[in-house]
Design a binder for this molecule. Structure first.
Ligand SMILES: [Cu+2]
Length: 427
């Protein structure tokens, strides 16, 4: 990106900065209405919304594809490819019937295109290099112009050298609010992009050749504990839209403390007659799943991919099985060669994240972060839904204050005796 373009981008985003600040506050206060029927602006945790300006009734936006430094989690920085300095790129938020002109400038070292995944538009705007358009060569700016005929949640990504460009972070979400929304409005509306990366320990460039060894799993290109929590009010109706442009893996996203219904996919609205309750939504590669729920219990509720290796961070794979091994014997022998050696994992691998292990530069431990009771044994594709009676007082940094007697803890001796429980013998 040259200076002039940077300044143009600055002008484009500068106008919307005030709006974005307002939006950030709106996470905890009633949101800004942006579409008919009281539909509120979506929030992209750890991300932003693309600023667009109205020119003669057409919404104009600009995406610049380029390389930049991105922090996946504290201690793990990569050279990412994305749009306007972010991965995922800014969320494109419009209303059904809006006509858009989207300029795409290519500052990558190779050609690219943008495909508007799920959007039904004139064939020549579909962004498939070779099939529907010429590739956008480095330095060129292409113009995509079309009307969003359908409401829904869609995605955008390149259709040129997909394997490399998507692996390096080129993806984004599109939200098209319906012109005439049906059903109850939601108080909060969140947008998340699921992704997976292979970052070799110590390396800064994601490996686009990975097929199965992904070791960093992310929501909006952040691995827990870097994922921003989703703050919401008790009794509120909330919508979460999750896209998946991971190279290879589907993600079963599980919600704690909630029962939800699938309301939309990237193919459209799910009819009322087909809706049913779930606590886990499988988001296949190349799909969007949108679900809604009403919060029922206050607290800090986990939302995470249920694949156990997708809630682990980078430095946790490829170990031999040590569970049950006689660590003392091994330690004595190895310490003769390597002073200070300590076998790990012989009692299981819990709480390893809290140990101080020496790490290669630019890498993160396998497990998550600090919790209010102990370290949290999950990382990666994990975030927290903070359900609060007074969400306006919660900025996302505080932990739930549990009412007395509502936290699982050591069983008191008198209680054990009164209930006839002997810890040594099954009663
Ligand atoms: Cu997963």
């Amino acid at each position: 990106m040259n200076r002039r373009e940077l300044m143009q981008l600055g002008v484009l985003t500068g106008g919307a900065l005030a709006a974005r600040d307002a939006l950030a506050k709106a996470v905890a206060t009633p949101g800004v209405v942006v579409a008919p029927g009281g539909q509120k602006a979506v929030v992209t945790p750890n991300g932003s919304t693309l600023p667009m300006k109205l020119v003669g009734g057409v919404k104009v936006g600009h995406l610049i594809a380029h390389e930049f430094d991105h922090e996946l989690a504290p201690g793990l920085k990569i050279k990412a490819w994305g749009y306007n300095g972010s991965t995922p790129g800014p969320t494109i938020e419009v209303t059904q019937g809006d006509r858009v002109r989207l300029y795409v400038t290519n500052r990558l070292p190779e050609a690219t295109t943008v495909h508007w995944h799920g959007v039904i538009l004139p064939n020549g705007m579909d962004g498939v290099s070779g099939l529907t358009q010429k590739p956008i060569e480095p330095g060129e700016t292409f113009l995509y112009e079309f009307t969003f005929k359908d409401a829904g949640t869609f995605m955008y990504h390149p259709h040129f050298d997909e394997m490399t460009q998507m692996a390096l972070g080129m993806n984004g979400m599109i939200v098209v609010h319906p012109k005439a929304p049906r059903g109850p409005r939601v108080a909060r509306d969140f947008v998340l992009m699921a992704h997976e990366w292979l970052i070799h320990p110590g390396a800064a460039r994601p490996d686009p050749n990975a097929m199965s060894d992904f070791n960093v799993l992310t929501f909006n290109s952040k691995a827990f504990p870097a994922t921003a929590p989703l703050v919401m009010g008790l009794g509120e109706r909330v919508r979460i839209r999750i896209g998946n442009l991971s190279p290879m893996d589907h993600h079963p996203i599980h919600l704690h403390g909630l029962s939800a219904e699938l309301t939309w996919t990237d193919g459209g609205e799910v009819p009322q007659s087909a809706r049913h309750p779930e606590t886990t939504f499988l988001v296949p590669v190349g799909s969007v799943r949108v679900f809604e729920f009403v919060t029922r219990e206050p607290g800090d509720w986990a939302m995470h991919c249920h694949m156990t290796h997708h809630v682990m961070n980078q430095m946790g794979h490829g170990f031999p099985v040590m569970i049950g091994a006689d660590a003392q014997k091994i330690d004595r022998r190895v310490q003769a060669l390597v002073p200070g050696y300590m076998t790990m994992g012989h009692d299981g691998m819990g709480a390893m994240g809290s140990m101080r292990m020496r790490m290669p530069a630019n890498s993160i431990p396998m497990m998550g972060g600090k919790g209010p009771f102990a370290s949290i044994d999950m990382g990666g594709m994990f975030t927290v839904l903070k359900v609060r009676a007074r969400p306006e007082e919660e900025d996302g940094s505080g932990w739930y204050q549990h009412p007395k007697g509502t936290v699982a803890d050591l069983a008191p001796a008198e209680r054990l005796a009164a209930d006839g429980i002997d810890p040594e013998n099954l009663s």
